[in-house]
Write a protein that binds this ligand. Sequence first.
Ligand SMILES: C[S@@+](CC[C@H](N)C(=O)[O-])C[C@H]1O[C@@H](n2cnc3c(N)ncnc32)[C@H](O)[C@@H]1O
Length: 223
Amino acid sequence: MTCCCSFDDTAGRHFNDRIATRDLARYRTQGPDPTTRLLRDGLARAGQINGSLLDIGSGIGALTFELLDVGISHAVGIDAASSYVAAARQEADRRGRADATQFVHGDLLAVAAQLPSATVVTLDRVVCCYPAYQPLLAAAAQRAERCLALSYPRNLPHLRLAVAVENGARWVKRDPFRAFVHSAAGMDRLIRGAGFELSSRSGTWTWSADVYVRRGPRTSLSA
Ligand SMILES: C[S@@+](CC[C@H](N)C(=O)[O-])C[C@H]1O[C@@H](n2cnc3c(N)ncnc32)[C@H](O)[C@@H]1O
């Protein structure tokens, strides 16, 4: 099936109200998922939990709220799925974090020019939802003043197979959403080329969670 929709449409249809309600309930009862915990803890170990945050593909806002709780002062979250944005705003109100957060709806690549730079930029399980990691990571790196952290599925044969099977099931159900296992080496090259060095890499059997820190001050070339 060929996709005729914008990424917002595709993401909105896939990450719908039911999924957002389910994810928010899970976060409230069980706390953050493993990749969210790994990124939060990796950023803390690297001393990168102060200043501002831009959380790309923020979902219900789990990583945003976790980082606000440990030292980040204010945060902008952006997500292409409107149900996730609504759930994140609801959770911000519930936690008394509405003044410290702004949740924006849209595809990062469509609204990037309107988004501020931030001390820390995060993408928790986001690159695997987007066909082209290059423009996504380039836009993220451009906005990261000091630190860029991301989680993504490890590029292993059995994971590629599992993702292919899931994508096949989506094709059958006429769901235009697709997941991707991108090249870890390619993403690493791009981020290093934007002026960062790897500070830590942790993970689970299936996910890698990487924290990159700028090698020096941001220059006009990297900004
Ligand atoms: C698997 S969910 C993860 C949500 C959250 N970060 C978490 O770990 O719970 C991936 C999210 O990334 C968002 N996303 C992917 N590419 C995006 C883009 N280019 N702009 C905005 N959001 C994007 C999707 O809409 C989706 O909500």
